[in-house]
Write a protein that binds this ligand. Structure first.
Ligand code: F0G
Length: 465
């Protein structure tokens, strides 16, 4: 097969600030060894997130010039609303400034203290929003999803037996809704099959529990279904997306991912009473229902971006870049979550740095080494982000220690990927010298964004600081 090329040319460029090893050591120290606290200018290849970091197309920039900034009932709103309705089929669309605003409205209106909300895997903001209003966020991922080397095609699926057990244990009355995150970001960007979505929906319907899709990466998930699920190779991505949403009662969306936009989100549902309650809170928190948290120009850019994300050529290219990175790292023996996910390559930090115990955060050792070695900014998705506390307040490690190399959409070229592969291989060769880290300051919620670390010697020996 011929090389899969980028289905676009580059019209506008942005300089990358190249740094020395000394610059990076000083910057990381100033950032308290937490890459979230670095200046972006000090990052040569920024893979912190695929969220809001993509490049827009000429069609999106042109659409933004058409933005109608009227407070109520703007043309841009109409375009946004009809596009989202066309793609998702939902009756009610509420624009928000990003995904977590939609989650907050959903949780605040529907979750009561003591309620339980199952998901294949909650993203950190989803979990935090549910817990903030007194609910419990449960992850019911299928067992394959917790096994980094397993090659199963749909490792983001929900464990349907665990869902049945959860309903039996807590009672449907305590479960205001169940969520499915497509693709499953926290577990390696792995997809959910339509068969799994149907099975989950059947179980929920029997108990009158609504299904809410966390749709951030719905187009990437649709592409996986197209490639891997029996019976879908002949369907278009918009047809697959429509089928996916047809099983849901509502959806939360961050348009910073598969909206191919730098900001934006929405909450969508079918039920009129839910919509009424969502709208009241939307006005309080975000804005009038025809713009929510967004400018008219953003509504325009998103309307175009959502359709571009569903173009097959774009998804073929997108997946080829992730697979290229994953295959080259795997060929060098570097432990990478298999198979390659939709938006990122996930290093298996537990195996990569197996001399560092979860309590000394192996992922942070790798993240910081990738930065020091080559100015690559990645993110830990492990015990810093997802550790829980037991009844005595002791920290329980996350089920997986991962480092995510999230790939911004349409931003980096093949030479950037080759550089990234070299830097990662250099860190891998010196892996036995990676230090552990300890947290010296942390906030109450979502600590990974702002906490401060200190390196503490190989293997987490605190004397090494
Ligand atoms: N759900 C999932 C699965 C996500 O990955 C994110 C964001 C959100 C919800 C929240 O959306 O950022 O627009 O408020 N994920 C980003 C990431 C931040 O880096 O994975 P948001």
């Amino acid at each position: 097969m011929r090389t899969i090329i980028e289905p676009f040319r580059i019209k506008s460029t942005e300089p990358i600030h190249l740094t020395t090893a000394e610059d990076r050591a000083a910057a990381l120290k100033r950032a308290h060894y937490n890459v979230f606290l670095l200046d972006a200018d000090d990052c040569c290849i920024d893979l912190l997130t695929d969220s809001g970091t993509g490049a827009m197309s000429t069609a999106q920039w042109a659409a933004m010039m058409m933005g109608d900034e009227s407070y109520a009932g703007s043309r841009s709103w109409k375009r946004f609303q009809s596009t989202v309705q066309d793609i998702t089929g939902f009756a009610h669309i509420l624009p928000t400034h990003q995904g977590r605003a939609a989650e907050a409205i959903l949780a605040e209106t529907l979750v009561r203290p003591g309620d339980v909300v199952p998901n294949n895997s909650h993203f950190d903001t989803t979990r935090a929003n549910i817990e903030y209003v007194g609910g419990r966020a449960l992850n019911l991922l299928c067992p394959e999803g917790l096994s980094p080397q397993d090659q199963s095609p749909f490792k983001g699926n929900m464990d349907v037996a665990a869902l049945k057990a959860c309903i039996a244990e807590h009672g449907a009355g305590r479960i205001p809704f169940c969520m499915l995150t497509v693709t499953n970001n926290a577990g390696g960007g792995q997809p959910v099959s339509l068969q799994n979505i149907r099975e989950v929906k059947d179980i929920l319907s029997a108990h009158r529990i609504p299904l809410v899709i966390d749709a951030c990466r719905f187009a990437e998930n649709a592409y996986f279904i197209h490639e891997r699920e029996d019976g879908y190779a002949g369907k278009s991505l918009p047809e697959i997306a429509a089928e996916l949403f047809s099983h849901a009662d509502a959806a939360t969306m961050s348009c910073k991912k598969d909206g191919l936009s730098n900001i934006g989100g929405f909450l969508a549902c079918n039920d009129d009473r839910w919509a009424e309650r969502f709208r009241n809170l939307l006005i309080l928190r975000e804005g009038f229902p025809t713009y929510g948290g967004l400018a008219g120009r953003d509504l325009e850019g998103i309307a175009v971006g959502l359709r571009e994300a569903l173009e097959l050529d774009y998804q073929v290219y997108r997946h080829a870049t992730i697979t290229y990175l994953s295959n080259h790292l795997t060929a060098q023996g570097i432990p990478v979550v298999q198979p390659a996910g939709g938006h990122a390559v996930f290093l298996d930090a537990g195996r990569f740095a197996d001399h560092i115990p979860p309590s000394a955060y192996p992922g942070i050792g790798i993240v910081n080494a990738l930065y020091l070695q080559g100015g690559v900014r990645s993110v830990e998705i492990g015990s810093v982000m997802f550790a829980r506390k037991d009844a005595r307040g002791r920290e329980l490690p996350a089920p997986l220690e991962l480092v995510r190399l999230a790939i911004p959409r349409r931003v980096y070229t093949q030479s950037h990927f080759d550089y990234l592969i070299e830097v990662t291989a250099e860190v891998w060769r010196e892996r036995h010298r990676l230090p552990g880290h300890r947290i010296v300051w942390q906030p109450e919620f979502l600590r990974h964004f702002t906490c401060h670390f200190l390196p503490c010697g190989p293997g987490g020996d605190p004397s090494g600081s």
